[in-house]
Design a protein around this ligand. Structure first.
Ligand SMILES: [Fe+2]
Ligand SMILES: [Fe+2]
Length: 276
């Protein structure tokens, strides 16, 4: 597992796009945030080979949102000159995604696949559990992943998935983690996997799963305050990760876009739990 030239790519997450005409979330236009991030990516001296987005593609998951997202990503792909690959998050819905974005027959099957870029294999998984905000990898996907990983890729494999596996600084976000990281760890043990990239928690977080580097990227649509212990604090902040793969190692450069960093909304989680 080695590569002479580094491979660069962009990891975006939680873009929470809504079709025009809907009431904007926090009064913000998330499509403007996506365009601003792509403009920033175009200005980087480091030229990336592709972009991955690790879920929460839309906020409501309606058919019109996915049709709009298709148009928006087509425009940005053309401007960037590199492909954009997407995975699903808990705010996504598989049937309208397939119909509106993929322009396929609607189906509720998990959406997962892999692709190769310059000898690097990227596996896009579907951790979303329909009808909930939780994340879990089903047995069918884990069996498929095991089969994919049976043959090593020249520059290794990176897995992209929505729900992260690394514990966050406060207990507030513990129930946002992948429910069965041990199953994922068992499948990737001894394989060529060099990194795991996720989102969902809307702030940067870095750790390991059985010694493999795991990085959650900041939300692009909005950020959350990682230090909050009782209330979820939504912040007007946007970031993404610039990923480098060289000599079988993944490294992560967090990027922050200029923004107001102001508090948008505060959600009293303990009150919600008490009422549940
Ligand atoms: Fe999200
Ligand atoms: Fe999410």
């Amino acid at each position: 597992m080695a590569t002479k030239e580094p491979i660069f790519f962009i990891h975006l997450t939680d873009i929470h796009i809504s079709a025009p005409g809907k009431k904007p979330l926090f009064g913000l236009d998330m499509s403007d945030k996506l365009r601003a991030a792509c403009t920033d990516i175009r200005s980087l001296e480091t030229k990336s080979s592709f972009v991955v987005i690790s879920g929460d593609l839309t906020h409501d998951g309606d058919l019109e949102d996915y049709r709009f997202l298709r148009k928006l990503l087509d425009e940005e792909e053309a401007l960037l000159g590199i492909p954009i690959h997407v995975a699903l998050g808990n705010h996504d819905f598989r049937e309208p995604f397939r119909e509106g974005f993929l322009e396929e027959e609607p189906s509720n099957e998990s959406y997962y696949y892999s692709f190769m870029a310059d000898g690097l294999r990227i596996v896009m998984l579907n951790t979303q559990v329909p009808g909930t905000h939780g994340g879990r990898l089903d047995d069918v996907q884990l069996a498929w992943l095991k089969q994919v990983l049976a043959e090593p890729a020249p520059s290794g494999t990176i897995i992209v998935h929505h729900h992260p596996v690394v514990k966050t600084p406060t207990v507030l976000m513990d129930d946002h983690l992948l429910e069965n990281p041990q199953d994922l760890a068992r499948v990737i043990d001894g394989s060529d996997v060099i990194g795991l990239l996720s989102g969902h928690i809307h702030y940067h977080n870095v750790g390991t799963l059985n010694g493999i580097l795991c990085a959650a990227a900041d939300g692009l649509a909005f950020g959350l305050d990682p230090s909050a212990s009782t209330n979820m604090r939504f912040i007007d902040r946007s970031g993404y990760n610039l990923i480098t793969v060289k000599n079988g190692q993944m490294s992560v450069q967090p990027m922050t876009l200029p923004g107001e960093q102001r508090l948008l909304y505060e959600l009293n989680v303990s009150k919600i739990h008490a009422e549940a």
